[in-house]
Design a protein around this ligand. Structure first.
Ligand code: CMX
Length: 423
């Protein structure tokens, strides 16, 4: 058994005992009351899910297993994946074995490329990614072992196998989608010796400008890894997974949610908005011009992409991390300049709209402009990069949920008549 399986075996015993004690002692404590407004309002603020991989306090932003993102921005995605799974950053030997565990599973089955090549030429890259993950369902170790009959206590082991297999292959699949969809030439095969980020950059076939693009991608893949359990992609993945559908089914479902413009697609929408602004005003806009375009957008019934959040009430620290990166490497890039000016103007304008609870930028307000600077200009691809990163958190959550023997998710719905009869 490798270190990650041994480590999790020990941890899971502790986590299960902890949960048993909590349930015995506090099983009847109230976590949340649900108002009629919350039932009509997307269940915002209802506390009815456990997620230990990360949490998002509204005044701090992303905290991964107890450590704020600010302190993790120099880590690698492999370290973060280990942290998400186990609750601890890996020691040197643990990291080297865990990285090897991922490297050895990189190969993508040939039929994935056949299916992707048969898709319509104008398919959205996220539809291609979801399809690629789903078409590999026959590879699921969990489903194979479940058919044979395995103990519930061991479900997590095979979910971890699926998680490692998917995470290992996803950079090659995502890079292949980029090359196929945007006619970039032959698919570039994975390099068995390269790490997760380096190999992704290599397979995209984009010049890494020394190490700069690599550094950006590493930051990008760390920053988007997880955002607690209640967001659309996380909740969808976990709900599907709770029916004992394997991770291939669950993750492709979660990615379908990530592909929505109010969720992961906002990075594509944000860059589209920025480019429209630059085109309209013939360069980085003035503050007055930005005010004008902000109100034109709002008055036409559209949202300002990259601004607002269902949970956060401060500037997203992931946005700040990208802002720092841009300031360091390309402060005068007109797109980056526009991002910074939007940040100076839009929150003040959004504050004037009473119904908007959070006027501050989320991660999607800056991330696209970073990729654009390094030549990744096809913005319909941006959510795929988000998804590559988010595969870490979504699969770690699935492993933990299986480890905790969580039951099928099934909240109770009520009818309009039921509510009318309350009074
Ligand atoms: N521009 C215009 N209107 C906005 C807004 C924005 N950036 N943010 C919120 N609002 C509006 C909402 O659409 C809602 O209007 P209605 O009541 O007419 O439907 C109202 O303000 C109240 O919304 P809220 O309680 O502040 O925010 P929600 O929790 O309902 O929604 C979110 C959160 C992210 C969907 C919303 O802020 C939004 O649409 N932002 C723009 C899209 C975006 O950046 N999404 C990415 C989020 C991060 C991610 O998941 O990747």
């Amino acid at each position: 058994m490798t270190i990650i399986f041994e480590k999790l075996t020990k941890k899971i015993e502790l986590w299960r005992n902890e949960a048993k004690e909590i349930l015995q002692k506090d099983g009847n404590k109230i976590l949340s009351e649900v108002t009629v407004a919350q039932a009509y309002g997307g269940m915002r603020g209802v506390r009815a899910l456990i997620c230990d991989t990360s949490r998002v306090p509204q005044d701090q932003g992303l905290i991964i297993r107890g450590t704020h993102l600010n302190q993790l921005v120099n880590k690698t995605p492999e370290e973060i994946f280990y942290l998400l799974l186990t609750g601890e950053l890996p020691a040197k030997e643990e990291l080297s074995e865990f990285s090897f565990e991922i490297k050895k599973r990189k190969h993508v089955p040939g039929y994935v490329w056949d299916v992707l090549k048969a898709m319509p030429k104008d398919s959205h890259p996220m539809a291609m990614l979801g399809t690629a993950i789903l078409v590999m369902q026959n590879e699921s170790e969990f489903s194979r072992e479940y058919e044979k009959g395995i103990k519930k206590e061991d479900y997590w082991k095979y979910t971890l196998e699926d998680a490692l297999n998917i995470v290992a292959k996803i950079p090659a699949i995502a890079a292949g989608i980029y090359r196929l969809r945007f006619n970039k030439g032959e698919i570039i095969l994975p390099d068995p010796d390269m790490d997760w980020t380096g190999d992704y950059v290599h397979m995209l076939g984009i010049d890494s400008r020394g190490n700069e693009f690599n550094d950006l991608m590493r930051l990008y893949l760390v920053a988007h890894c997880d955002h607690e359990g209640g967001n659309v992609s996380a909740l969808t993945t976990q709900t599907i997974n709770s029916a004992l559908s394997d991770l291939y089914y669950s993750l492709s479902g979660g990615f379908s949610g990530l592909a929505g413009p109010l969720h992961g697609l906002a990075n594509q929408e944000s860059l589209k908005w920025i480019l429209e602004i630059i085109e309209k005003y013939g360069g980085a806009p003035t503050y007055e011009q930005l005010k004008e375009i902000t109100w034109n957008t709002l008055n036409s019934g559209k949202v300002i992409p990259g601004y607002g959040h269902a949970v956060l009430r401060v500037t997203d620290p992931r946005f700040e991390a990208f802002l720092d990166f841009g300031k360091k490497h390309f402060p005068d890039d007109p797109i980056f300049l526009t991002v910074t000016r939007i940040f100076e103007v839009v929150p003040e304008e959004l504050k004037k709209v009473e119904k908007i609870k959070n006027p501050w930028p989320n991660v999607d307000a800056a991330s696209g402009s970073m990729l654009y600077h390094y030549g990744l200009t096809e913005f319909s691809y941006y959510t795929v990069v988000f998804a590559v990163s988010r595969s870490l958190g979504l699969s770690a959550q699935a492993v933990v949920n299986r480890a905790m023997l969580n039951p099928i998710i099934r909240p109770k719905s009520i009818t309009t008549k039921y509510i009318q009869e309350l009074s």
